[in-house]
Design a protein around this ligand. Structure first.
Ligand code: BGC
Length: 840
């Protein structure tokens, strides 16, 4: 669904319209001053504004302006608090406007397919419903301030390894139910003005030019009417993308894609109407947001307070033996661990924010009424063992009542551009914990990491509080929880397996070749563990508090469930009531459906001894499944079981409800209101459709062999051949390792060496990480016009061993392109009546 072509577009030449399909520079769109169309400024990123002060360079060699660093999405997701997500979105919108930013590139809501995903810290959850509900609030908060939001990365962008060339091979039911539903909720509920497609391909087609994804689903089915932008450098074939509803390329390929688009219109492979629609969409985004005030001022203090509140509400208490927490006033505490002095509070990559302030635990403890006996570093972030540091910590902690040990993952372990290689916490930290525990210290672990880790050492500490990546005010927020000023109420938005082997993607993630095979189907996270009852360290939704709650008198009605929740503890506290549904076990079914899926949740704050009746409504997402044969959402008639409780594993069965008219209902079975199914049809179960899919039916997906997966996938052309032979425009720079040219192999070895060097320093080099997974095509897409496709082909000649021919060609093409770019730049400026040159 596109806005009708606007008047102004009819006044543009094809050349101008083609030029409006790409950015002016790293962050801005092209203006058309004669029509009063201004340029938009786009900035990262999901948990703070990263507006670069000087010349934009994508991954941030130039520092960005200070802005509030809020907790990352993975952290706020633990709050399960839609109101909080809205508040943070609103603050982000305010800051964007103050800093002159029109579009925030976020929120990011990819599904955490594996705990090893390098960007897990930037995404909400393994569950699409929770992700979608929270992301929708961010979008509403941001857009309420007159700034456009740009949810990303649409879709199935689950791994960082080869992220720009990887093909996600995923069956249609799983794609719809797991990887697209969150985006659907955001579009339907929050109407974002922009949408960013991901780098990867899905079933053989780049997402930005994937007609099914962009045209059929995003625009036609969900009603998105804004502009779709590529991820940075992720454009491929501009005419094709424009035809199907995507195609707006960022950052800037200069005028490189313009001749191709113009020619495609002339030859008829791109309809001018489609090009008009794309331009109208961009103009309509500009029309729907006011020019940012760019005052440079926002309420730094109030936003810092909000960041603190958000961090405190998102802390998850995972262990509290002998009620060691909360700490009583006057408790003598020793602070140990490198993270206590140099906090780990955000992830590395395009989301990296330059915070307005940053307080460490060592400083924040002074604000509390705890007695600090001292700080010892205890370990270094690089994982190297040091007995000296351990001894120092042992010495210090001898005089304390409680040792606060700050553990977690370091910057290198969680970064955009690379996946994690394991789920462990570095060994030197574990050794330190063991030494402290052996010496009889009472240890409270304060943990920082943006994704799930294993914790075989858990019983060596008395308590563990997980702050995730808690933003600039995370340290004081953590003391709010440790001292009991705030009662911890965070609940994990992802499953913590006992070991990596217990995850459904183990051994299959990240994919190193061309294809990422989503063989586990819909069994991601708890959808897997609960279906096969796998052991877990902490189930999805888990979290303790200083209060405890009981559930009683649950009732399943035609539109939802209600239950009485009582605070049976002696302190006030907050509970997150979670509702799950599953097919009644004794029912005939013809669909693959995990044992439990999250259907709703609600937070309730109760005084000690207080009770409340809590209602959670069913909605159109509760019972539906995607029927691949019909190509539609449907509901299978029959009985569903409803579970309610404090986490997915402890949610108790509270009743059966029946869906669809004519279903056999017994006593106590409530009939779900048919009005919920207005957008879909109710079908009768057909168990035959599960023939040959037995392991998918049971959820035991580790037993799935290639044949069974192929049956589910039902689309052999989704798999792409492994690239071999000479390198092509689609090969990534790292493929130079196997290039014919010794020069190319040498260049790659140098790059690799530089990467290793940066790793040894403990700081990820984002530009190098980016370059190594970048395809040759992106040299042209990201060069701002310095290179065009023809030049990249000459570079490939060199890489493939034809040094002299390639170099000669390259030099000629360089000058030719230079002249052409200048000419087109001038032509566009003249036609568009642009006086001012944007210079970021
Ligand atoms: C990231 C996006 C980001 C963009 C602009 C890309 O590399 O994947 O999330 O918004 O860069 O910085």
């Amino acid at each position: 669904m596109s806005p009708s072509t606007d008047e102004r577009v009819t006044k543009l030449s094809v050349f101008e319209k083609a030029a409006l399909q790409s950015g002016e520079n790293t962050w801005q769109t092209r203006p058309v001053e004669r029509l009063g169309v201004r340029s938009l400024f786009l900035s990262d990123g999901p948990h703070g504004i990263r507006k670069q002060a000087g010349t934009g360079d994508h991954l941030g060699l130039n520092a960005s302006l200070p802005s509030t660093c809020f907790p990352t999405a993975a952290t706020i997701a633990n709050s399960w608090d839609v109101g909080l997500a809205h508040q943070v979105g609103k603050a982000l919108g305010e800051e964007a406007s103050a800093l002159g930013v029109d579009v925030i590139l976020g929120p990011g809501l990819n599904i955490k397919r594996s705990p090893l995903g390098g960007r897990s810290f930037e995404y909400f959850s393994e569950d699409p419903y929770l992700s979608g509900k929270l992301a929708a609030q961010y979008v509403m908060g941001i857009q309420g301030e007159g700034v456009a939001a740009c949810p990303k990365h649409y879709a199935a962008n689950s791994q960082e390894t080869n992220r720009m060339t990887n093909n996600s091979v995923v069956d249609m039911q799983t794609l719809r139910e797991v990887y697209l539903t969150g985006f659907e909720i955001v579009v339907r509920e929050a109407k974002p003005l922009m949408f960013m497609t991901s780098y990867n391909l899905i079933n053989g087609t780049y997402t930005n030019q994937n007609a099914l994804l962009v045209k059929d689903i995003l625009r036609d089915e969900w009603g998105f009417d804004g502009a779709v932008v590529t991820d940075w450098g992720g454009g491929d074939q501009a005419p094709w993308a424009a035809e199907v509803g995507g195609g707006f390329e960022m950052p800037s390929p200069g005028f490189g894609s313009v001749p191709t688009l113009v020619q495609a219109v002339r030859q008829g492979s791109l309809s001018e109407r489609a090009l008009d629609e794309r331009v109208s969409e961009l103009f309509s985004v500009i029309d729907r947001i006011p020019k940012p005030e760019a005052s440079g001022h926002f309420d730094v203090e109030a936003h810092n307070e909000l960041a603190r509140e958000a961090a405190a509400q998102s802390v998850v208490l995972l262990r509290n033996e002998k009620s060691i927490l909360p700490l009583r006033s006057g408790t003598k505490v020793a602070l140990v661990g490198d993270f206590a002095e140099t906090p780990r509070y955000q992830g590395a990559g395009s989301s990296l924010v330059n915070p307005t302030r940053l307080v460490s635990a060592v400083t924040a403890v002074a604000e509390t009424d705890l007695e600090m006996v001292g700080y010892a570093r205890g370990f270094t972030r690089d994982g190297k063992p040091s007995q000296e540091l351990v001894d120092e910590a042992l010495k210090l902690t001898g005089t304390a009542d409680v040792t606060l040990l700050y553990m977690g993952l370091d910057e290198l372990s969680e970064t955009e551009g690379a996946d994690r290689s394991c789920m462990n916490v570095p060994d030197n930290q574990v050794r330190l914990l063991e030494a402290l525990a052996d010496a009889g210290r009472r240890v409270v672990v304060v943990f920082s990491a943006g994704s799930a880790t294993t914790m075989p050492w858990l019983d060596r500490c008395e308590a563990l509080v997980h702050g995730y990546l808690s933003g600039q005010a995370g340290a004081p927020a953590m003391f709010d929880v440790l001292t009991g000023a705030v009662n911890p109420s965070g609940r994990l938005a992802e499953t913590y397996p006992l070991a990596l082997e217990d995850t459904s993607t183990a051994g299959n993630f990240p994919a190193l070749g061309k294809n990422a095979e989503y063989r586990e189907g819909p069994y991601v996270g708890y959808r897997y563990t609960e279906s096969i009852n796998a052991p877990v360290l902490f189930p999805f939704g888990f979290g303790l508090g200083y209060a405890s709650f009981s559930y009683s008198d649950a009732e399943v009605g035609e539109r939802g469930i209600s239950v009485t929740v009582t605070n049976v503890g002696d302190r006030d506290g907050t509970e997150t009531v979670q509702v799950y549904v599953g097919r009644d076990q004794h029912e005939r079914t013809g669909i693959i459906r995990p044992a439990r899926t999250l259907a709703g949740f609600l937070k309730v704050t109760l005084k000690a001894g207080e009770s409340a009746r809590v209602s959670v409504a069913f909605d159109e997402y509760t019972f539906r499944h995607f029927c691949v044969n019909a190509g539609k959402w449907q509901v299978e008639a029959g009985l569903f079981e409803v579970f309610v409780g404090p986490n997915v594993r402890d949610a108790r069965s509270v009743g059966i409800c029946s869906v669809g008219e004519g279903t056999n209902t017994g006593e106590g079975v409530s009939v779900v209101d048919n009005a919920l199914f207005e957008r879909m049809s109710v079908v009768q179960p057909d168990p035959n459709s599960l023939l040959g899919l037995e392991n998918y039916a049971s959820g035991d997906v580790k037993k799935v062999d290639r044949d069974e997966w192929m049956r589910l996938l039902d689309n052999p052309s989704a798999l792409m051949p492994t690239p071999e032979g000479p390198l092509t425009i689609e090969s990534s720079l790292s493929d130079m390792a196997r290039a014919d040219s010794s020069l190319a192999r040498f260049v790659w070895r140098r790059m690799e060496g530089m990467l290793r060097k940066s790793e040894a320093k403990g700081v990820p080099d984002l530009n190098l990480l980016f370059l190594s997974s970048m395809p040759f095509r992106s040299i042209f897409k990201m060069s701002g016009g310095m290179a065009n496709e023809a030049m990249v082909e000459s570079i490939l000649l060199i890489v493939n061993g034809h040094f002299f021919r390639g170099t000669g060609q390259l030099i000629g093409r360089f000058f030719k392109n230079n002249r052409a770019q200048k000419r087109m730049r001038q032509e566009f400026a003249n036609l568009a009546g642009n006086q001012s040159q944007t210079n970021h």
